[in-house]
Design a protein around this ligand. Structure first.
Ligand code: GMT
Length: 376
């Protein structure tokens, strides 16, 4: 039976925005009516679909307000859309502010509506430490009708940091398998000036300090001594300029390519041999899944939800946080041992197709919605 679902996320905030958008797109393909309610158009909402609507949250800046009232504008928009379109569900991504906005909206909605909140990490592992916000996060979680988190580790951390009296279910992240798969992009390698025999290491993030991009560069510096290679740094953020400085200091100019923000990362992954994600905090690491789907073996830190995605020695390698020698060791091993690379690559693709398959994950969300609406 067709459901009407409102989805709210930070549309441009990396992984959480991607998951919210991809979920909406897949649900729309299945015939459900999806209403995105957010401050700007989700960036991967790149096609017309009669089942998808977008409602912009306009935040007015009146001179009496010191800060623009985004949260109130959002709550008010959620209530307006839900009342008009008779939404069944508000699925919000992030406990604060979105679950709290949904609670406020629910109190202004004239029919019964259910709130589903998905926790992505930053709302818990960063904001959860801010004691001035803990009670509000807890409130947002407890007032939701169902709560999910993107890894077992995030569920555990939420109970430890926020102590909500609420069941939290793990629903893993997923990718669109139709987009993420290995393509022949050898001409791209040439266009970037990378020699055929050179290996390609890739890192993709928003370059926040938690992503430890300096570790990526320092590890590459060691790898470069053993294996002719180039490092692709994809994305932009607070650590980008210190990264440029470090690259200069290490004399790696020309070996490290700063590509900035890119769409179609599947093309860049298709020319990559190893992917590094060396974060100090990571509830899941969606970029790992994107890389693995393209057959790129990943090396990640043994942190947060990363070990739920990378099984050490099976479909990738785990290293201790900041252990540059160990990171370089596994990278060199993967780049020099063709047989090992092939095995890890095929097991990486396999786990994306099994444990994290989009149809499986979308089904999990659907059964949560249905049980809340009593349609099981
Ligand atoms: O990692 C970020 O800086 C962005 C953040 C977000 O809100 O999109 O990512 C979080 O959610 C992603 C999607 O669920 C996860 O894959 C990331 O691991 C998680 N980031 C952190 O936990 C730091």
């Amino acid at each position: 039976m067709k459901m009407k679902i409102g989805i709210t996320c930070y549309p441009t905030v990396g992984g959480s925005g991607v998951i919210a958008t991809e979920l909406g797109k897949l649900l729309a393909e299945m015939g459900h009516e999806i209403h995105f309610i957010s401050s700007s158009m989700p960036f991967r909402l790149n096609r017309v679909d009669p089942n998808i609507y977008y409602h912009a949250v306009e935040v007015n800046q009146y001179s009496v307000f010191q800060y623009p009232p985004y949260d109130l504008a959002l709550a008010s928009k959620m209530a307006e859309v839900a009342n008009r379109e008779k939404l069944d569900i508000l699925h919000v991504h992030y406990a604060i502010p979105h679950a709290v906005c949904a609670f406020l909206a629910k109190n202004m909605i004239h029919h019964d509506i259910k709130i589903v909140t998905t926790l992505h990490g930053t709302d818990i592992t960063v904001l959860g430490y801010d004691t001035s916000l803990t009670e509000l996060i807890k409130f947002g979680i407890e007032q939701s009708d169902a709560v999910t988190a993107v890894s077992e580790d995030l569920v555990k951390q939420t109970y430890e940091l926020v102590e909500p009296k609420k069941e939290i279910q793990t629903v893993y992240n997923f990718i669109d398998e139709r987009v993420y798969h290995k393509k022949d992009r050898s001409e791209l390698k040439k266009q970037y000036g990378i020699e055929e025999h050179e290996k390609v290491i890739i890192h993709i993030s928003n370059f926040r300090p938690v992503k430890r991009t300096m570790d990526v560069i320092n590890a590459f510096n060691l790898v470069k001594e053993e294996v002719p290679s180039k490092l692709l740094l994809v994305g932009d953020g607070p650590d980008s300029s210190s990264n440029c400085k470090l690259v200069k200091e290490l004399g790696l100019d020309g070996d490290v390519l700063f590509l900035g923000k890119q769409e179609n990362v599947e093309d860049l992954l298709s020319i990559s041999d190893v992917k590094l994600l060396l974060s100090s905090k990571e509830s899941f690491g969606l970029v790992l899944l994107e890389a693995m789907a393209c057959g790129v073996p990943c090396i990640g830190t043994n942190v947060g939800g990363i070990p739920e995605v990378i099984q050490h020695g099976e479909n990738g390698f785990l290293c201790e946080l900041g252990d540059i020698d160990q990171i370089a060791y596994y990278t060199i091993k993967l780049l020099q041992d063709e047989k090992l690379h092939k095995e890890i690559s095929s097991r990486a693709m396999e786990i994306v197709e099994t444990k994290f398959h989009s149809s499986k994950i979308v089904d999990q969300y659907l059964s949560i919605y249905k049980s809340l609406l009593g349609r099981v």
